[in-house]
Write a protein that binds this ligand. Structure first.
Ligand code: ADP
Ligand code: MG
Length: 348
């Protein structure tokens, strides 16, 4: 297995630690997503992986070889930059095939690959055009085709969907999935949009302020976040979050319901509840006043207020503003986090 192994790497710029002691592995053939807010170090991390920047400390291994000091051209990686960075004086086809001949590709092979990748990325009709006549989304596709046509063992994509509208985003996502299915190349995709990561990746690394917050499968990150930051960052609409005080060592009350847990709680803590873990019921013990209703796919997302607290959940039927709605919280699905460390507190 040609695994990428990143061992305790750091990057310091002007005394500021931009990447701090990060370790992870990317298995061969997998799709690995890096998510985090703007400025969290995602682009820096990609540049370090493909050798465009030097590490301040740590090491990178690929296929069990130490590649830490290898220049970018000697790594079997290609990076697709956020702005595609095409040569303005070359046509699309010349951009895509630039530098292939010196690598020993024959004209025949180049033609075959241009056909294959331009079809996969739906850019067949753009081949003779110049970059200045392309939309941002088309440029992005050309940049991706240029990277994939080289068939590197590992491909790094920096926010490939950031310039695209919703429809184009969905199309490109499908194209990338199709290419990956076909080529089985290892892909590392950076995004600040966690929905993209949830859709595409085998594993997701959550980055914040240059630190690895959590690394897990999309499902685990969503259903069982180990950290408050992950809980807030992953999931649209966001998890409902409350800063709480316990009413006894093992209980607290929230949104009109009493919660009893199996382990002792600290004096104060955060409680997280996903909107889908709260159900609208006909009659119940807790009810809130509806303050907002939005269509959300085939359901409605309701914001209600119980005393001072706001709570969001789904409803099959449209609710009327300022009316009362009964709800029931699935108590097995709540998440509790430490106020200082943000780490999950086990309660079962
Ligand atoms: P992201 O891609 O997650 O938005 P970046 O990796 O671009 O984040 O940047 C992370 C932090 O590193 C930012 O605060 C940025 O200002 C800083 N940074 C990036 N490159 C340099 C550089 N060459 N010199 C100094 N600081 C930099
Ligand atoms: Mg970036």
């Amino acid at each position: 297995m040609k695994e990428l192994r990143v061992d305790n790497i750091s990057k310091i710029y002007d005394k500021a630690e931009i990447i701090g002691n990060i370790s992870f592995c990317v298995p061969e053939g997998s799709v690995f997503a890096i998510v985090g807010p703007s400025g969290s170090g995602k682009t820096t991390l990609l540049r370090l992986l493909c050798g465009l920047d030097h590490l301040s400390s740590g090491a990178i291994y690929y296929d069990d070889k130490d590649i830490t000091s290898l220049p970018p051209k000697d790594r079997k990686f290609t990076m697709v930059f956020q702005d595609a960075a095409l040569f303005p004086h070359l046509t699309v086809v010349d951009n895509i095939t630039y530098g292939l001949k010196p690598l020993g590709y024959t004209d025949q092979l180049i033609d075959k690959k241009v056909k294959e990748y331009s079809e996969l990325l739906s850019i067949q009709n753009l081949l003779e055009r110049y970059p200045s006549s392309l939309s941002a989304g088309e440029k992005q596709r050309v940049g991706i085709a240029r990277a994939f046509i080289r068939e590197p063992e590992l491909i790094l994509l920096d926010e490939p969907f950031s310039n695209l509208d919703v429809l184009l985003k969905e199309e490109l996502k499908k194209d990338l999935i199709a290419i990956h299915k076909k080529s089985k190349q290892t892909m590392i995709i950076v995004t600040h949009d966690q929905n993209e990561a949830l859709n595409l990746a085998d594993e997701i690394m959550v980055l914040n302020k240059g630190k690895l917050v959590e690394l897990n499968s999309p499902q685990e990150l969503y259903e069982n976040p180990q950290n408050l930051f992950t809980a807030q960052f992953i999931g649209v609409p966001q998890m409902n979050l409350y800063l709480m005080k316990r009413t006894s060592p093992t209980s607290f009350s929230l949104l009109g319901e009493e919660f009893e847990v199996k382990k002792d709680l600290p004096e104060s803590f955060y409680v997280g509840i996903r909107p889908e873990d709260i159900k609208v019921v006909k009659n119940g013990t807790s009810c809130g006043r509806i303050v907002d209703v939005r269509q959300f796919n085939d359901r409605y997302l309701i914001d209600a207020i119980y005393e001072e607290e706001m709570v969001s959940f789904y409803s099959e039927t449209i609710g009327e503003l300022n009316t009362e709605v009964y709800y029931h919280i699935n108590k097995d699905k709540i998440h509790i986090f430490d106020v200082k460390t943000y780490k999950k507190i086990p309660i079962t």
